[in-house]
Design a protein around this ligand. Structure first.
Ligand code: XMP
Length: 325
């Protein structure tokens, strides 16, 4: 029978046999796959592993700090933290088209990845948190026709981007490639990852940037980050976080009139998007209690400066998508 302990031991042996004393680069994303991978790789090869975390500036409140802290203080795995926030924001100035935003973020990510990997490198291998379904999906694209070996052609969290330049086509080490998501979660839990990471809702590579409709500005990011925090905080407190496939806030670039005390307000509406789903391909809007909506709405308007209205999305997928961009 399959046990997490047996898997971990076997994966460590396999990694050691494959990479020997070569150097390996790993890009942490904050999700369960790359976090579990980092732990395994570090157990297998220690200092020959370099964990890099590129902060695009689009993660949720406290997430980057917590991730770095978890790895450095609890796991004693050093993390190369790359603060690229300004750089991504600058590139997105004036950009409103959703696909353009994704492209720019993806390309910028590869640019930063390239610079940082040559600064920290050279590396022989790239460790990726490829899972079994990803292997099937990329069956031929990731194989070098000359050697038959799997090589990195894309960064896992930025599927939508064209691909890695030739000189970044590291050989891959993918110790999670035989696992399904629920198995990675089991392994993640067994090595002591917090539930916050193990059962995190799916979060897109471009992060909060595609949940701000239209142009991304520092002020809008601040508003959405605070609004997103209210959603997560409230459903976690009520113990219902895991009742949803995803539950998040979307910031609209329009403003509407409201009133607070004896003051007229003119501020942004926030959309609540709560869905249930099996795999993200189709989804149902969640029939949440009115009381929950009321609490979130009150907190949102009172705690998040710049928001004066909250609306609930009652569109399933199809015809809607889960994200708004
Ligand atoms: P949609 O909006 O297409 O989303 O119904 C389906 C699932 O995919 C996630 N998603 C993304 N994930 N990069 C990602 O890594 C992206 O650009 C992206 N866009 C959507 C979305 O959160 C949902 O789980």
């Amino acid at each position: 029978t399959w046990t997490t302990e047996a898997f971990v031991e076997e994966a460590i042996r396999e990694v050691r046999a494959k990479v020997g004393d070569k150097r390996v680069l790993l890009a942490l994303s904050g999700g369960v796959d790359s976090s579990t991978l980092a732990f395994l790789m570090h157990r297998a090869i220690g200092d020959n592993l370099t964990c890099m975390f590129i902060d695009q500036g689009f993660m949720r409140k406290y997430e980057p700090e917590r991730l770095v802290k978890l790895f450095e203080e609890q796991f004693h795995i050093p993390v190369q933290y790359v603060n690229a926030r300004e750089r991504f924001l600058t590139k997105l100035e004036g950009v409103t088209d959703p696909e353009k935003k994704r492209k720019i973020i993806g390309h910028e990510f590869i640019g930063v990845f390239e610079e940082e990997s040559s600064r920290l490198g050279p590396f022989d291998y790239l460790a990726q948190g490829t899972l079994y379904p990803d292997v099937i999906e990329s069956a031929d694209t990731n194989v070098d026709p000359q050697t038959g070996e799997r090589v990195a052609v894309k960064i896992k969290s930025h599927h939508n981007v064209g691909g890695l330049p030739k000189d970044l086509r590291f050989k891959l080490v993918e110790p999670l490639r035989k696992l399904f998501k629920d198995e990675v979660r089991k392994v993640g839990r067994s090595i002591g990852l917090p539930e916050e990471i193990v059962r995190r809702h799916p979060f897109p590579g471009p992060g909060l940037a595609i949940r701000i409709i239209g142009e991304v500005t520092p002020e809008r990011l601040r508003i959405l980050r605070d609004a997103d925090f209210v959603v997560r905080d409230e459903i976690s407190k009520q113990g219902i976080y895991h009742d949803f496939w995803q539950a998040f806030a979307v910031l609209l670039p329009v403003r509407s009139v409201g009133v607070m005390g004896d003051q007229r307000t003119y501020a942004h509406p926030v959309v609540l998007r709560f869905v249930s789903s099996e795999d993200g391909m189709t989804a149902d809007w969640s029939r949440v209690p009115y009381d929950l909506l009321e609490i979130i709405s009150n907190r949102m308007v009172n705690e998040v400066k710049g928001v004066n209205r909250v609306v609930y999305d009652i569109t399933s997928k199809p015809p809607g998508t889960i994200e708004w961009e």
